[in-house]
Design a protein around this ligand. Structure first.
Ligand SMILES: C[S@@+](CC[C@H](N)C(=O)[O-])C[C@H]1O[C@@H](n2cnc3c(N)ncnc32)[C@H](O)[C@@H]1O
Length: 386
């Protein structure tokens, strides 16, 4: 089979909507930061798309492409990669390309034909169902009495569901022989705090104690009332500043969802000082680094306010992840939710491992801060640990 025949065969079947999944791997260049690409079909706004998942060393990124725009993408993948495993409804295909694009094509039609389950994609299987009444969601005004999610609250509902998926993944890292202490810093109206309590305590029956902390007295008082009314005995709400919060000697999991600016850093610092096993944090607006940036070498970027703002936000999150990894955490930046829902879509996930960093890692971190001429809040807070 020639390269062109291979391309046509794959493309035709993808355009006929017969794709189940595909994995494209073996980058031609070692320097390619995307190590692997996964494809799957998906319906978005009633249109057939291909979801492209780019797997970097430590992060995943997603891009949803309309089917008619996909052929151009596939061509670039074959320029950059040499292997593909493709699962069609009735055939598994393995393609191996030589450096000069000689094609090795293996096909297996022995398994029973599969269905492309687009209906499943169309309706996401949330951990909290979107058609079942939950007392806490009704009280928080997210659902109607009948269990229908209110339209203006759908984004929030998706965010808390997604967050709970990350919490669910992290359960293996939490203690099983005693009560698990969980803190939600900057809990605000506490949609997430209630949702995680409901999921872990009521649905999974875990022995947990959850605290939501926020500066806003009235909001916290209302949350306390709701928790009491619902009989959520192990859920408490406290008024306070994250920076002054010293009530606990140990906390197992710290979560934050859109805690403003350095409030996220305060929460990360607290979590590290407690030696929390799990940290899950979706940051919010970031101003601190933006104000400090002073790097003539980057002026071509930084002269544009918009680029400066985005660069500062991304650099802040990268520095946060790096600091966590320098103080004994396996830290990753993950896509929290699609950009259509909220642009604040990076989640910092850190599991405590106690692993010591290499001297190279420390040197890279120092060089990056020197380049930016910056002294981030978290670095100051955790100076003694770094
Ligand atoms: C954007 S809201 C997010 C609320 C909630 N986590 C959510 O996602 O719905 C940020 C919250 O962080 C709280 N906050 C900001 N700085 C704080 C601090 N230093 N200590 C405690 N709470 C803080 C604010 O009062 C606000 O309620």
């Amino acid at each position: 089979m020639t390269f062109e025949e291979m391309r046509t065969q794959l493309m035709e079947r993808i355009l006929q909507q017969q794709l189940i999944t595909a994995t494209i791997s073996q980058p031609r260049m070692k320097s390619n930061e995307v190590k692997r690409i996964k494809l799957k079909p998906l319906i978005l706004k009633d249109a057939y798309h291909i979801q492209i998942e780019y797997q970097f060393e430590r992060i995943l990124k997603h891009d949803n492409v309309l089917l008619e725009d996909f052929p151009a993408r596939l061509d670039t993948f074959f320029n950059d990669y040499r292997q593909a495993h493709v699962d069609f409804i009735d055939e598994k295909v393995q393609v191996q390309l030589s450096k000069k694009n000689k094609v090795l094509w293996k096909s297996d039609k022995s398994s029973a034909p599969k269905q492309v389950n687009l209906a499943h994609n169309r309706k996401k299987n949330y951990l909290l169902a979107d058609d079942k009444p939950y007392p806490f969601l009704i009280r928080l005004g997210v659902q109607t009495e009948e269990g229908k999610i209110k339209q203006q609250k759908y984004d929030k509902f998706k965010q808390i569901n997604r967050f709970i998926e990350f919490i669910d993944d992290a359960l293996a890292y939490l203690p099983k022989d005693r009560q698990v202490r969980i803190l939600d810093f900057g809990s605000g109206k506490s949609y997430l705090t209630f949702a995680l309590y409901h999921y872990l305590k009521i649905e999974k029956g875990l022995d947990i104690h959850v605290t939501g902390l926020d500066l806003k007295k009235e909001v916290i008082e209302e949350c306390s009332r709701i928790a009491e009314d619902l009989g959520y005995e192990q859920l408490e709400f406290l008024v306070g500043d994250i920076n002054d919060y010293n009530d606990e000697s140990a906390v197992d999991m710290v979560v934050t969802l859109h805690a403003c600016d350095v409030a996220t850093d305060m929460a990360l610092a607290r979590a590290v000082k407690w030696g929390a096993s799990v940290i899950l944090s979706v940051p919010c607006c970031q101003h601190e680094l933006n104000r400090q940036l002073n790097t003539p070498a980057l002026d071509i970027m930084l002269q544009h306010g918009l680029v400066r703002e985005r660069f500062a936000a991304l650099a802040t999150d990268a520095i946060r992840a790096e600091i966590l990894s320098l103080v004994g955490y396996e830290a990753q930046l993950l896509e929290f939710i699609d950009m259509e829902n909220t642009p604040k879509n990076i989640l910092i996930r850190a599991y405590h491992t106690g692993k010591k960093p290499s001297s190279d890692q420390r040197a890279h971190y120092d060089a990056f801060l020197k380049l930016l001429n910056a002294k981030p809040f978290l670095a100051n807070e955790l100076q003694a640990y770094l």
